[in-house]
Write a protein that binds this ligand. Structure first.
Ligand code: SAH
Length: 464
């Protein structure tokens, strides 16, 4: 490429054109559109040039230009009808170091002018370095027909939008990505440019909204499992690695927390037993607030978030605040406890159902279908059952349950300090005390690790 295409700023510049005939007129047809001041040196201006002068588009100077006149110019067009005169003028300009174009005399030019398609401020310049003007003209005609007149207003609207964008999106590459999105809305050039300024504004605003939505915070309600990190899902790990804020409670093990992103902010929201309702409101507030600040919040809950985890209250708060969320299930402690004792929660030929029940609810000790649970084949995994053990025992015995109905207590299921105690319904409360079970523990009602019903302390079995 011998000629470098550039866009020259003509504002507050003087452009000198020498000549008053068809050659000068041809150059002026483009030049009258630029901002710079036009001085046309000619003793015989054409009618058209006179008209332009009358319209204030140029000034005619009826003299031969002197050196001083040349020095005023930022660009010079030697466009008389005499090639020898043009060559002489061009030499003079070059001596003074001023860029010069000699009409139709490529070798005398220091710059040549392209064919242009003008949709100001969008301008397409087509050059052939003088090799194939016909081809350049046909390209110009093609582009003329394809660039709608609205391209100019469209570009001006974009300039306006760009100004507002840099204030809210300081990062250059973010802005570039956004514009790429805006202009990818049509498949063909025609479709993309057929936007009116109003349409481009709407497309821009929806792209912007989406962009900020991506940036807007979100909450993942993540099951942290019963404690052993081996029991964490890949989804949970992935979210922990990208979290900005990790909100966790008492039942989440240190091993799981250690997998969280180092730079994340860790917020402990351990609920004090018996003081649930006020704390829950506070937790809802924290996760909503942190998400609205633009953070990816991981709300870690022991076991599975949807089992006795009050997740629905958090979900409701998130929905009310319009915060995006997702839920990552986890291994519930009853499943881990069953794995520990090597018993299937549902055994073919024994129990067709298993009850996941809680010892406590919002009103205190939780009432259940005691009659059903007193059946000899009944099985249940009891969460939060330690404090309610005497109540549960009493209710079941009252409804005719067998004192020898087996119960296996699994404390700290899957953790290093896991403890298993096999007992019976009749001895449940006293064995909890006897073996110093402080929790968290699952009471596996109707399950025995061995056939023996005598209480027995079993050493921890490693979870594989
Ligand atoms: N969402 C949790 C349950 C929360 S309720 C889950 O799916 O496991 C809290 C109760 O869960 C505790 O009182 C205890 O009964 C039980 N629990 C939680 N982690 C436990 C663990 N590692 N071992 C035994 N029980 C556990």
């Amino acid at each position: 490429m011998r000629y470098l295409p550039i866009f020259f700023d003509t504002q507050e510049k003087t452009i000198v054109v020498i000549g008053g005939g068809p050659a000068a007129e041809a150059k002026l047809r483009t030049l009258i559109r630029v901002d710079g001041e036009l001085l046309v040196f000619t003793k015989g201006p054409s009618d058209q040039i006179k008209r332009w002068a009358n319209e204030g588009k140029l000034t005619i100077v009826q003299e031969t230009p002197e050196k001083e006149d040349f020095k005023l110019a930022s660009l010079i067009y030697a466009a008389t009808e005499d090639p020898a005169e043009n060559a002489g003028l061009a030499d003079k300009a070059k001596d003074l170091g001023i860029p010069v174009n000699a009409a139709d005399q490529k070798e005398d030019c220091s710059f040549i002018t392209p064919a242009i398609v003008d949709r100001d401020p969008i301008v397409v310049a087509i050059g052939s370095e003088g090799t194939a003007p016909g081809l350049a003209r046909s390209l110009k005609a093609d582009i003329e027909s394809r660039l709608p007149q609205s391209t100019g207003p469209l570009a001006r609207k974009i300039a306006e939008l760009r100004a507002s964008l840099s204030a809210i999106m300081p990062d250059f590459s973010d802005r570039q990505r956004l514009w790429a999105k805006v202009f990818s809305s049509g498949k063909t050039l025609e479709k993309r440019l057929a936007h009116t300024p109003e349409e481009i504004e709407a497309t821009f605003e929806s792209a912007l909204k989406e962009e900020f939505k991506e940036k807007a915070g979100s909450v993942s309600l993540v099951g942290a499992g019963p404690g052993d990190i081996e029991l964490l899902t890949l989804g949970a790990q992935r979210r922990l690695h990208s979290a900005d804020v990790i909100v966790y409670d008492r039942l989440v093990s240190q091993g799981v927390l250690d997998l969280g992103r180092r730079e994340a902010k860790y917020i402990y929201v351990g609920k004090a037993p018996g003081n649930h309702s006020t704390r829950q409101g506070e937790i809802n507030r924290i996760i909503v607030e942190k998400a609205l600040e633009g953070n990816h919040v991981v709300r870690l809950k022991g076991g599975d978030p949807l089992i006795f985890g009050r997740a629905d209250e958090e979900i409701e708060a998130l929905e009310q605040a319009g915060v995006d969320y997702d839920i990552v299930p986890g291994i519930t402690s009853a499943a881990a406890a069953a794995a520990t004792i090597g018993k299937s929660l549902t055994s073919r030929g024994h129990n067709k159902s298993v009850t996941l029940m809680t010892g406590h609810d919002s009103k205190g000790f939780a009432e259940q279908d005691w009659k059903k649970l007193s059946d000899p084949t009944a099985r249940a995994a009891i969460y939060m059952g330690l404090g309610a053990s005497r109540f549960i025992q009493g209710r079941l015995l009252l409804h005719g349950a067998d004192r020898n109905h087996p119960v296996t207590i699994v404390e700290n299921a899957s953790r290093a300090d896991e403890k298993v105690v096999e007992t019976t319904l009749g001895n449940l409360a006293q064995d909890i005390e006897k073996y110093g079970i402080l929790g968290p523990a699952i009471l596996l009602y109707g399950y025995a690790k061995t056939e023996a019903v005598a209480a027995e302390f079993l050493p921890r079995k490693a979870v594989k």
